[in-house]
Structure formats: C-alpha cells, structure tokens
Design a protein around this ligand. Structure first.
Ligand SMILES: Cc1cc2nc3c(=O)[nH]c(=O)nc-3n(C[C@H](O)[C@H](O)[C@H](O)COP(=O)(O)OP(=O)(O)OC[C@H]3O[C@@H](n4cnc5c(N)ncnc54)[C@H](O)[C@@H]3O)c2cc1C
Length: 455
C-alpha cells in the first residue's frame, strides 16, 4: 500500500509516551504545522516502559554499525544542552559524562571494542579514547576494578565522551518540552490505552483513528505506534520484531561501600562475550547492573506472540532465578562486595528486538497511514534527544540512510542476528516461568536477599 505523508494541519496520533514516542512528538511540534496527540496506558514516565529507569548507557561505541555511532555523536551536544536547560530550571542534570569503560579479557581486545575504536577514530573522534593496555594501567586510573582485573578483565579503553543518563528524568524532560510546545497528552489505563485501530469502511487499508479502552474513538490522519515491546502484540508485524525480557538488578549501597570516586565510569565487562554492564552508584546510593542477552519470551495464549510481562500486571514479579544466579556468579568475579548485599530491586525490562538489530521505523505495508516506530533492540534511549527528527523523515517521506536502514524488511527467522552484541544467542529462547525449567521460574523476594546469595 502506498504511504502518503500527512498534509499540513493534520491531526497525528502517537501511541506510546516513551523515548521514541516523545522524541517524535517533540520533533513534530517544532514544525508547527500538525495537531499532535500522544496516548499512553500509564502516566508518564510510565513505570514499566523500557525508557523508565534510574540510568541507561549513553555511548557512541557501535563497532561497525556506524549509522548508530553517528547518531550518538549527534546526540552528545544535545544531552549537554539538556543539562543546561535543566540547570536553568534549577533541576539536576540528566546526562552524566563519566565516560564508558569498555573492558576486554585476557590481554586482547574483543572484536566489538577493536572495531568501535577504529570507527570512532576514523570519524575524527580519536581524542575521546583513552586506552589501558594492561591491568596495571586500568588500576592506576580505576583501583575499584581490582578483582575484575585479577579475573582477566585486563585490557580496555575509556570513551570519555560517553556516560549515563537518568532515563526517567530524560523522559520527564522531553515530556515537559512537548507540553511547552502544545503537544496534547491523554494518559491512563482506560482513556489513554489503545484498544484497536479503527479502519475506514472502504476496505483500502485506510485507518480512521484509534479506539481507547474506555470505548471512545479518536480520529486522526496518521497513527504512529511507538509502543515499544508492546507493538508486536498490537499489530501484525510479520515476526520482524519480538518482545524479550532483559534482566536488571539494583543494590542499595551502604555508606561503607560508597568509597569509589564520584567520576567512576559506566563499565562493560567484555560485553560481546558476557553481556554484563553496570553503572556507578547514583546520588542516593543505588547501583544498577544488567545483562544484554537473548532474554526471555512471554508468549500469550492463542497466537503465541511474546508480550511484555511487567510489574504493572504481575505486581510481585522479579527476575528468573537462573538470571539472578548468573548475575551473582558474575559479580563474585567483578565486584565481590555486592555478594554481601541484598538485591533491592529486580525487574525484567522489555526490549523490542528486531530480527537484524536495526530499528523498525517505517510505514506499515498493510495500511495507508500507519507508521511503526519501534524495534529499539535494547539500545534506543541514548537517542531520545534526536531520534524524533529522524522519525519525522519517515513521517514526511524524506529518504536518508536512517530511513533506509529502518525500512520495513521482509526477513525470516533464519536472518536473525540481533545486534552482534548478545553474549549468548541461545539455540532456543527461554520462556519466562516455563514449567519444568527451574532456571526460568521467577526468584522469590527472599531469594533476592543476601542469605540466599549463594544460590
Ligand atoms: C534492561 C534494559 C536496558 C537498556 N539499556 C539501555 C542503555 O543502556 N542505553 C540505551 O541507549 N538504551 C537502553 N535500553 C533501550 C531503551 O530503553 C529503549 O530502546 C527505549 O526505551 C525504547 O523506547 P520506546 O519508546 O520504543 O519504548 P518504551 O519506553 O517501552 O515505550 C513504549 C510506550 O508505549 C506504551 N504503550 C504500550 N502499549 C500501549 C497501548 N496499547 N496504548 C497506549 N500506550 C501503550 C507503554 O505504556 C510505553 O510507555 C535498555 C532497555 C532495557 C529494557
């Protein structure tokens, strides 16, 4: 079906008030020629959205995926501008330029780190890289990684340009900027939640608008689904994307462990081999550690499409016991002091993984006026300041390297490659809470405590 960009004056509905939806709404609002409405099933920042957390990595290190490297480079000054905007309002910074320390193991850079440095240098940003050729060099700068170095994470580099963002605050900041520019918001489990798309009666794939859970209909010239990992459960995406649950834990660091310098970097522990990464603890002593990996599926009854299972619908949920065990075992070799600490918060956060690791931001081929802005594949947050401008190109039918990379693909399961950074692409994805699979059951709250740490 051929997509026609919206005419000036058109009403545009964006479903989803996370990173992709808000960034798009803001970019559209700057054009001053559309009537922009954002719907979300929860108040923003949405507690179980991928975009909501205490921190996310902001990095330009993308190996040979230079498209994303360039988009990250473009985002950096915007992050600093946001800090300035926040300072002017008396608010704390959203971006913390602590650097990102990318460690490899056994004295040799992994392909991801080698390729990232090469492309960053070729792009003219070699000055942001500080290499640590051996364990002594790492420890001279960052003594807190003593155990990690002893356990073989003994070569690496610091990307001084990167760091972390407080992603919930970043969402709030973009929400505020949208409101300032006249974007309309409808949020809540009934009035803000998309129930179904309303089709025009001519049978030609034209969407008239949306129906929300409260039964009301809302007309629009264009509907954009920026619904993250919920998207494959809302509209048929021909299996181009899948919702995968990814593990995150927090520790509350007691004062005696808060001695590491304030400029402690974000760290990645040979990411393409282990998947483990973490952050310096933040101002209230919370330390977050996560794992970028194949994740878990939660197939719904009937069509077996994996959909997010979160603490909004399943209040007591934690993370699978196997994932908790893996995190604890890894941390013994990296930050052993955490083995004495309770896990204060554990959550599955849902990626919308595309089949080839590229975002899926394109007109849906079965409709005349539906755009999918999804397929974040677990690395979209750093782009909240600028991805909306690229999504506008898709909306307005302007071709670019980005719109071509994110176009609708007709890939099949055999093309699956995720993003080349998943440590453990398993032969068969694990099903969350799968019966008869002890690793996939959810950990009990007691098992998050230190007494059960040696699982
Ligand atoms: C564990 C984890 C770690 C990550 N770490 C990083 C990182 O370090 N750096 C980085 O750059 N990126 C990271 N990411 C990825 C980043 O968080 C995502 O790429 C980004 O948040 C995706 O934004 P989104 O808007 O597509 O989805 P979301 O933030 O999930 O937003 C989707 C929105 O759609 C709404 N919605 C869904 N269904 C409906 C409906 N029916 N009606 C109305 N509203 C609906 C939801 O409520 C939600 O608010 C991480 C993600 C996870 C899960």
């Amino acid at each position: 079906m051929s997509y026609q960009p919206p005419l000036p004056g058109s009403k545009i509905i964006i479903v989803g008030g996370g990173c992709f939806g808000l960034s798009t709404a803001y970019a559209l609002s700057l054009k001053n020629k559309y009537d922009v409405w954002v719907y979300d099933r929860q108040p923003i920042p949405v507690p179980d959205a991928a975009s909501t957390d205490i921190n996310k990595i902001v990095r330009m290190d993308y190996a040979d995926e230079t498209l994303y490297m360039h988009m990250a480079i473009e985002a950096m000054p915007l992050w600093r501008q946001w800090n300035q905007e926040r300072a002017d309002m008396g608010l704390s910074p959203v971006f913390h330029q602590t650097g990102v320390l990318l460690l490899s193991s056994n004295g040799e850079y992994s392909k991801f780190e080698r390729s990232s440095m090469q492309h960053i240098r070729e792009a003219g940003y070699g000055h942001v890289i500080e290499e640590f050729p051996n364990g002594e060099a790492i420890l001279k700068r960052y003594p807190q990684f003593k155990t990690a170095v002893q356990n073989g994470y003994n070569i690496g580099y610091l990307n001084k340009e990167g760091g972390w963002c407080n992603s919930s605050e970043a969402v709030k900041h973009m929400y505020f900027k949208c409101q300032q520019n006249g974007v309309n918001f409808v949020v809540g489990p009934d009035k803000g939640c998309l129930e179904k798309l309303i089709m025009a009666s001519d049978g030609r794939g034209q969407i008239r608008g949306i129906q929300t859970k409260d039964g009301r209909t809302h007309d629009a010239a264009l509907v954009i689904l920026a619904t993250g990992s919920w998207t494959p459960g809302l509209v048929d995406l021909s299996q181009q994307v899948v919702a995968t649950g990814q593990t995150v834990i927090h520790f509350d660091m007691p004062p005696e462990y808060r001695q590491t310098p304030i400029d402690s970097p974000v760290w990645c522990a040979d990411l393409s081999r282990t998947g483990f990464y973490g952050f310096p603890f933040n101002s209230d002593g919370k330390l977050k550690v996560g794992r970028h990996f194949s994740g878990y599926l939660w197939p719904r009854e009937g069509d077996q499409i994996s959909v997010p299972r979160t603490q909004i619908t399943h209040a007591g949920d934690t993370i699978p016991i196997g994932a908790l065990r893996d995190l604890r075992t890894f941390l013994e070799t990296f930050f052993p002091h955490t083995s004495k600490l309770n896990v204060s918060h554990a959550r599955l956060c849902w990626y919308c993984d595309s089949i080839d690791g590229h975002f899926l931001i394109a007109p849906h081929p079965d409709y005349q006026n539906l755009i999918i802005a999804s397929g974040d594949s677990g690395h979209g947050m750093k782009f909240i300041p600028n991805i909306g401008f690229k999504i506008c190109h898709v909306i307005e039918g302007i071709q670019s390297d980005y719109t071509r990379a994110w176009a609708w693909r007709n890939l099949s399961a055999k093309d699956t490659r995720l993003d080349g950074l998943r440590a453990d692409v398993r032969s068969r994805p694990l099903i969350l809470a799968e019966p008869d699979n002890e690793d996939a059951r959810l950990a009990t709250p007691e098992e998050l405590l230190v007494l059960k740490a040696h699982l």
